[in-house]
Design a protein around this ligand. Structure first.
Ligand code: ATP
Length: 368
């Protein structure tokens, strides 16, 4: 029974205290996840962080060292893979080459001697608009088409949870972008819980309702893409999801709404709700695209302002990336992204006041 007050939805996936050790190495190190029914959930992290192992534990392809895996409240951790109400889509499509597309999709249904096979396969082919290719064989399809078939083949018997292990990893960038949107649409239409493993932060942000960022076998942070991006709680999450400037600061005062910070004698403020660390030495961050630049001394009132000098400017088409060295401490540098449409270009050597709205400041969970 749960003690945290959360309610378990009908077919949600609930993981508690999951561990997988190889010898003394913990590939999965005490993971808890609550994945609501019908959500699109991404496991995101760098190579080796344990995301594939987590997925394989849910699929039953690995035996956990410890922990519970529940779907709809029932513990499935010790069921055999085919007894679990889950299916998996792998990066390699693994279609049967000697069968037609229709038979590939029908395969699982035939094996279980199910009824209405024609209608159910037809419905799935329609979902990906591939009815007209039903008689072809896998080698006569493009990579993107084969992966669509692999997805509907895994959905046709209506698993409670679909596991996707880097399913778009073998496709080129343009096709990957297209299939990201398509997978998202399919998930919305069928309403089945998707758990998607990827190391690509843009892919996770595009597709998922909720992302769990994994690092060294542990969950660093869980949240909606915007929450993770706007309010990363660790340096790892801040750095893995985009770029950020992290500043070592001291807390000078705090009340219910605002924290006042000191950065080399410069006063900065941030919302109290965005700083959970309790000590005086903390780390605060701001995304490069949230920062603007003004002539030295001309930053708008009420902003967090740091005076500096541009030491690098890289034109990257839609924007320019500047590196600004703080006048107060030359060891401190800030990266600033400026949209080229909205700002005049500035040059290396220019003295500027960089500024941002206090609300765009985030605080890291652990102290500096
Ligand atoms: P990738 O994106 O590279 O697949 P991942 O996040 O999916 O990375 P896992 O495949 O889950 O990572 O592996 C997690 C860690 O566990 C890695 O360090 C890996 O070397 C290790 N590992 C995985 N399987 C085994 C095994 N059978 N024996 C020993 N170590 C393993």
């Amino acid at each position: 029974p749960r003690t945290d007050g959360a309610t378990q939805s009908d077919n949600g996936l609930d993981i508690r205290g999951l561990r997988k050790h190889y010898g003394t190495f913990a590939a999965v190190d005490d993971i808890d996840l609550t994945i609501p029914e019908g959500s699109f959930f991404a496991l995101l992290g760098p190579s080796g962080c344990g995301k594939t192992t987590t997925l394989r534990l849910v699929a039953g392809l690995e035996e956990p060292t410890a922990g519970e895996i529940r779907i709809g409240g029932a513990d499935i951790a010790h069921l055999r893979p085919h007894q679990r109400p889950v299916n998996t889509v792998f990066q390699s499509y693994a279609l049967f080459p000697h069968m037609t597309i229709f038979e590939n999709v029908a395969f699982g249904l035939r094996r279980r001697k199910e009824k209405n096979i024609d209608a159910r396969v037809g419905e799935m082919l329609e979902l990906v608009e591939m009815q007209h290719l039903a008689k072809r064989r896998p080698t006569q399809l493009s990579g993107g088409q084969q992966q669509r078939i692999a997805v509907i083949r895994a959905l046709v018997n209506k698993p409670k949870v679909l596991l996707l292990d880097e399913p778009l990893g073998a496709l080129d960038l343009k096709l990957r972008r297209q299939l990201q949107l398509e997978l998202k649409r399919i998930q919305t239409e069928v309403g089945i819980t998707f758990v998607h493993v990827t190391h690509d932060q843009e892919e996770a942000m595009t597709m998922a309702d909720t992302i769990a960022v994994l690092n060294k076998g542990r969950v660093e942070q869980i949240g909606a893409p915007v929450d993770l991006y706007e309010n990363p709680r660790t340096a790892f999450v801040a750095g893995f999801l985009g770029q950020s400037n992290l500043l070592s600061v001291h807390v000078t005062s705090r009340d219910a709404t605002t924290v006042v910070l000191d950065f080399h004698g410069v006063r900065l403020t941030m919302p109290a709700a965005r700083l959970s660390a309790t000590g005086t030495a903390v780390e605060a961050g701001v995304r490069p695209e949230k920062i603007s630049m003004a002539e030295l001394g001309h930053a708008p009132a009420g902003t967090n302002t740091i005076d500096g000098q541009i030491i690098d400017a890289s034109f990257i088409g839609v924007s320019t990336q500047y590196v600004v060295q703080s006048l107060a401490d030359p060891e401190e540098e800030l990266t600033v992204f400026s949209q080229n449409s909205s700002t005049e270009l500035r040059r290396v050597g220019d003295r500027v006041s960089v500024h941002w709205h206090p609300d765009h400041t985030f605080g890291l969970h652990e102290g500096a």
